[in-house]
Design a protein around this ligand. Structure first.
Ligand code: 5GP
Ligand code: SF4
Length: 453
């Protein structure tokens, strides 16, 4: 998911929606904005894309106020329906509060059970709802309420919270999901990615630290505290591989730079393989292919045309239309690929089904040989921290040897970026290499995982 918050701004709703548009790649299922600061707090949310949900009438007339938080959702753990769309606005003993969450709370079911025993009622299937209950039951200042509630949670959560004119940003102590602080004029911004801050005209200031709560009001940071410390930061390395925008800053470099380096390291690993062209699978393979081409000297070619208008709904064709989804979304340019030995670069293999279709259409378009290269290692375990990787049984690399995958995909070679090289590509200096979660590649999870998480 993607989250954004902006305070002390007459255009809060418009800027929040522009921020959400910039974060749309982080979730396409639902979007919502809560506004306050002038009239009563209100939330507008719906299923679908940001551009379909928020129009001028809604932004200018239905969402008056100076402080806003927004959310774009992609489902990981719970059902995809409007009831689980965020932000969640509640009315409790502390007044109106609204929360938007990116991540996945891993001790959710344990806490839910305790709360149910105390008489709590649940409306949603989303893990975020337990945070609302914890907040409603806590006592003390707003900061105490939030800090006490967050100390009980385990797993991944980057949050923006809204109350009256106060915007709060908070991040779990492992720092799984990104969260940044930015500023535009006299308004602070909290956002999943720096790109959203910069697109709306703001400046990236710094990351929200793992375990930090920042309380902002009337253009001033009122408080910033570390509410919980963990031994080691474990930020999701997959953000740089796949999830984040290339123009966002992570670990003191753009995600684009990290991806270029992934490609450079891949080229070093594949020195022995010769080919006519290096070609990305759009869009996430693009920068890695560029890095590969620069290091190997092999010509970079763009041999796919991507159709940006194919929605998610067009996904279940019958067997005899199997190739239709593949070619509708990505069609190879015959002239580029025909008769060529190709190094094809994508970010990752998950189930293997998309890759298989793509390789099939490339071969049909006349590709002579395909060396498939991925800018991350084999994914052997699911993610419990907010990325929608399927369970182990559906992960092709968890259940098959590389030789078997080569046969299944019908490629001439299959090459994965080594974990060491991935970590090197993602850290701008070597001192910072021990700050990543790499659990889906190693099976070693940085937190306890309860069974139903
Ligand atoms: P596969 O067919 O191997 O499952 O799909 C791999 C493709 O899915 C890659 O091109 C990659 O860009 C994309 N992908 C990688 N991670 C994710 C993810 O977490 N969710 C979704 N929906 N797609 C992903
Ligand atoms: Fe990211 Fe993988 Fe860790 Fe999940 S398990 S947080 S996808 S590195």
């Amino acid at each position: 998911c993607g989250i954004i918050g902006i305070e002390n701004n007459e255009n809060a709703a418009v800027l929040a929606s522009a921020g959400l548009l910039t974060l749309q790649h982080r979730g396409e299922e639902s979007a919502g904005i809560t506004i306050s600061g002038r009239e009563k707090m209100r939330t507008f949310k719906a299923m679908g894309l940001v551009s379909r949900i928020f129009n001028e009438e809604i932004l200018l007339n239905k969402l008056p106020g100076t402080v806003a938080i927004g959310h774009v959702r992609y489902t990981t753990s719970s059902k995809s329906s409007l009831i689980n769309a965020q932000p969640f606005q509640i009315n409790c003993i502390h007044g109106n509060i609204s929360v938007a969450h990116n991540g996945n709370i891993t001790n959710f079911s344990k806490i839910k059970e305790l709360l149910l025993k105390k008489g709590a009622i649940f409306n949603h299937t989303s893990d975020t709802e337990i945070l609302l209950h914890l907040i409603a039951m806590s006592k003390g200042s707003l900061t105490d309420i939030i800090a006490n509630s967050l100390r009980k949670l385990e797993g991944a959560f980057s949050l923006v919270i809204l109350k009256d004119r106060t915007l709060i940003g908070a991040r779990d102590s492992n720092g799984f999901r990104p969260l940044v602080l930015g500023k535009i004029d006299n308004s602070y911004i909290i956002s999943s990615e720096s790109a959203a801050v910069e697109v709306i005209g703001g400046k990236y200031i710094r990351d929200v630290k793992p375990g930090e709560i920042i309380v902002i009001e009337d253009g001033q940071i009122k408080k910033s505290l570390i509410y919980k410390k963990t031994k080691r930061q474990t930020s999701c390395i997959f953000e740089q591989v796949y999830f984040s925008r290339p123009d966002s800053i992570m670990f003191e470099q753009t995600v684009k730079e990290a991806r270029v380096k992934m490609g450079e390291y891949l080229a070093q690993q594949m020195k022995n393989i010769k080919a006519d062209i290096v070609m990305p699978v759009p869009d996430t393979g693009y920068f890695a292919a560029l890095g590969f081409s620069r290091t190997s000297g092999i010509l970079f070619e763009n041999g796919f045309v991507r159709n940006h208008y194919v929605g998610r709904s067009f996904i279940k064709p019958s067997q005899n239309l199997r190739n239709l989804t593949a070619t509708l979304k990505l069609r190879p340019i015959g002239e580029v690929v025909s008769g060529k030995e190709i190094i094809l670069i994508d970010d990752s293999i998950v189930r293997g089904t998309t890759s298989k279709r793509l390789i099939n259409v490339l071969k049909e378009a006349g590709a002579k040989k395909i060396h498939f290269a991925l800018s991350c290692p084999t994914i052997i375990g699911p993610c419990y921290y907010g990325i929608d990787t399927p369970s182990k049984e559906h992960l092709i690399a968890a259940n098959n040897s590389v030789e078997k995958i080569i046969k299944y995909l019908n490629v001439d070679s299959l090459n994965f970026l080594s974990l060491d090289n991935l970590v090197k590509a993602c850290s701008s200096d070597n001192k910072k290499s021990d700050v990543f979660c790499v659990a889906c590649f190693t099976g070693k999870y940085p937190t306890k995982i309860s069974k139903s998480a």
